[in-house]
Design a protein around this ligand. Structure first.
Ligand code: NAD
Ligand code: GLY
Length: 380
């Protein structure tokens, strides 16, 4: 389905997430961090906010943000956490909430999440629960966060029971996606974020997939117009889906293409740098296409196009491409059962009839699934 078409233009763009009284803009373009005070100021009743970020991002971008906010007369405090997926924990949630409370905040205070999906999810969740909910702004600093996690209000943490199993839907009041911040992002992280970008083409917009196959190099190498276009298209799709199904009672589940398999491999590698979230999603996406083909739903040609594209981008498409050994179909299924709890106790798969045509299926037979996973693990 070709939902949205537009040619890339190198200028700041705005996409609106339309949620009636809780609608908010996503501004996209280079240099937005230098205008943060102008955008955030109108949301502050008491001219103060708390920035939550990680040590790595703080080293690159925190001083620019703080200087700009102070120039606009905004008083800001900071909470700086270690980088990495393990930061999305109960312990850090407690730490962020305690630091917010110790600062004497009230309900009109604002949290500013300056970071990737880890900081956005954690800081957003802290904002959702502290004082029963205060406002928050997303300033996404990774490609993954700009195209996906900063938009739509899913916030949360990981627990020993699985990924993202404790959290809340809490929409930000504003998203500032400064595409220039991606210039300091390591190449591997850019590629990982690309997996969540190409997802929109694979789910619902074949023309966007085609645009990416022609322009992926420009997106990866830092061409600003290409990056703005990729982020804008992704945010348009995400905003569209979230406006239609904010709480994932239906079509929003399509955004989980590749995630059921992906989460299982993330768990298998201990949520470590061995396998980044976006890399796991890429592998899971290729598996979803292969599974759809085996079920007779999509052509071999579609599978080949997806595998070839992800491989060109430098993303894993087979279990043999990721650092996991000595696992078993039972172990992968056990990890997947944890996702199941979050999906109404039936294992949901996002399957495809082709590129741009995804749907939710709860009908995959357990024996078929076990055999499919076993074959994937045996495949070189
Ligand atoms: P991340 O937040 O861990 O960031 C990746 C790494 O890049 C970190 O080490 C960080 O310090 C560093 N970094 C971030 N911005 C930088 C910059 N501009 N320059 C240099 N270094 C920078 O990872 P991520 O890929 O952004 O997010 C992954 C998380 O997002 C996962 O926990 C996943 O579950 C979550 N997620 C949430 C949603 C949602 O809707 N809420 C959607 C997709 C993914
Ligand atoms: N990243 C999936 C969602 O926001 O629903």
């Amino acid at each position: 389905m070709n939902m949205i078409s537009a040619e890339p233009q190198p200028a700041t763009r705005t996409v609106t997430v339309d949620l009636a009284g809780r609608s908010y803009p996503i501004h996209i373009g280079p240099g937005l961090l230098d205008q943060a005070g102008r955008h955030i100021g109108p949301h502050l009743k008491n001219r103060r906010c708390t920035i939550v970020t990680d040590e790595t991002i703080a080293g690159f971008h925190l001083s620019t943000l703080m200087e700009n906010l102070r120039d606009d007369g905004i008083d800001c405090r900071t909470v700086i956490l270690p980088p990495g997926e393990k930061t999305k924990s109960f312990a850090n949630l407690e730490s962020v909430c305690s630091q917010l409370l110790a600062s004497g905040l009230d309900r009109s205070d604002m949290v500013v999440a300056l970071g990737g999906g880890v900081i956005g999810d954690l800081a957003g969740f802290a904002a959702a629960v502290v004082l029963r909910g205060i406002g928050f702004v997303q300033i996404p600093t990774t490609l993954l966060a700009q195209v996906d996690s900063s938009v739509g209000g899913k916030t949360g943490i990981n627990t020993s029971h699985g990924k993202n199993l404790v959290g809340a839907f809490h929409q930000p009041v504003l998203v500032l996606a400064d595409t220039a911040l991606l210039d300091t992002l390591p190449e591997r992280e850019v590629r990982a974020g690309y997996a969540e970008t190409v997802k929109y083409g694979l789910i619902r917009d074949e023309a966007f997939f085609d645009w990416l196959t022609d322009n992926y190099d420009a997106v990866l190498s830092g061409d600003h117009a290409a990056r703005i276009h990729a982020v804008e298209m992704s945010c348009r799709h995400k905003a569209d889906v979230v406006a239609a199904d904010e709480h994932e009672r239906g079509m929003r589940a399509l955004l989980n293409l590749g995630h059921t398999f992906g989460h299982a491999f993330e768990a298998e590698t201990g949520y470590s740098d061995a396998l980044l979230h976006g890399e796991a999603v890429a592998l899971g996406t290729a598996m979803a296409f292969r599974m759809s083909h085996r079920l007779g739903l999509c052509s071999e040609n579609s599978v080949a196009r997806v595998e070839q594209h992800l491989t060109k981008v430098g993303l894993p498409t087979r279990v043999a491409n990721i650092p996991v050994d000595r696992t078993s179909a039972d172990q992968i299924l056990a990890h997947m059962a944890k996702d199941k709890k979050a999906m109404g106790n039936t294992l949901a798969f996002i399957l495809v009839r082709g590129i741009g045509d995804a749907f939710v299926s709860r009908d995959v037979e357990p024996d078929f699934l076990r055999k499919f996973i076993q074959d994937e693990l045996n495949r070189q």
